[in-house]
Design a protein around this ligand. Sequence first.
Ligand SMILES: NC(=O)C1=CN([C@@H]2O[C@H](COP(=O)(O)OP(=O)(O)OC[C@H]3O[C@@H](n4cnc5c(N)ncnc54)[C@H](OP(=O)(O)O)[C@@H]3O)[C@@H](O)[C@H]2O)C=CC1
Ligand SMILES: CCCCCCCCCCCCCCCC(=O)[C@@H](N)CO
Length: 328
Amino acid sequence: MAAISTFFLLFLIPIIPLSLLAILALIVRPRPIKIPIKSRHVFITGGSSGIGLALAQRAASEGARVSILARSAGKLDEAKQSIKLATGVEVATFSADVRDYDAVSKAIDESGPIDVLIVNQGVFTAKELEKQSPEDVKFTIDVNLVGSFNVIKAALPAMKARRDRGPASIALVSSQAGQVGIYGYAAYSASKFGLQGLAQSLQQEVIADDIHVTLIFPPDTDTPGFEEEQKSRPEVTAIIAASSGSMKTEDVARKAMDGIKAGKFTVSCNFEGFLLSLATTGMSPQRSFWLAFLEVITAGPIRLIALFFQWDWYNAIAKWSKTKMNKS
Ligand SMILES: NC(=O)C1=CN([C@@H]2O[C@H](COP(=O)(O)OP(=O)(O)OC[C@H]3O[C@@H](n4cnc5c(N)ncnc54)[C@H](OP(=O)(O)O)[C@@H]3O)[C@@H](O)[C@H]2O)C=CC1
Ligand SMILES: CCCCCCCCCCCCCCCC(=O)[C@@H](N)CO
């Protein structure tokens, strides 16, 4: 009798997680999707430098027709030459400021209907809000957030009107500072947090058109923009950001492209980023029942880990403020 009930209990244990997995497999939405890249039109904003340039090169080497948009015509031309040299592919270039809706719209119309839109342009300077001018704040929000609206709005009509060309994608490059607020990033974090709301709402609006939204969250990445940022970044910003290490531009581009192709809503780029995505997943859509399962069972423990990170960061801020006050 005892032997039978032990056996029965052992049999019951895996039933609970297995039925949870089964339920999640039935309910996760939107449904999983694959986005092809070969022979498709990939349009990348901020494609003349850093992560955007690496993405353009990757798309070109995977057989896509590639267009890149940025402000400086000189940098666009350099990027075009370097991609030609590396892949033999001739990319189309468009000089426009994402803050100028008409200019963006004209460039996108000229480039032809887009299959994969990668909204990657971004500006960043880490500085306490107290030291930023209202113009600095507005510039960051305008380029990173309002500019992203402009690009998507300009591309959407032709993307929706496309016929029999397979699933389309709109990918946005956010930042880990778009998942958690960090010292020195008030304007930048706000602009990137804004992309989360944009992406979640947009995905609901375009799912019926077979358009799939992806949000990418890189850590510090060794781009020209990052090199510039480091010249004036507050020390404590660097200390907190170091919790997630830093990555090479090509590795971020590979993670981003793989995430787009796999149709993921959320794409993290390193292990810390994966933890951060688990901790901040909230009400975001999830296509993978495996990841949904992980989110459900780690919800409590991951919150505890998050609190330990905050403890560590506030200690670092306290220590740093003290030494700064002693200096002055
Ligand atoms: N590097 C990092 O540590 C991280 C970066 N990110 C994000 O990744 C994205 C790319 O960053 P990264 O590669 O480092 O940046 P870079 O500064 O190296 O490149 C930025 C690109 O965006 C373009 N751009 C900037 N402003 C505008 C504008 N107003 N209109 C059109 N194009 C513009 C630039 O060209 P031009 O100046 O000629 O217009 C350039 O092509 C950004 O959104 C950034 O926030 C996220 C996490 C970490
Ligand atoms: C629950 C577990 C949490 C796991 C660890 C979280 C670590 C977060 C670190 C945030 C770093 C932000 C870097 C911003 C990079 C960026 O965008 C700038 N370089 C400007 O471009």
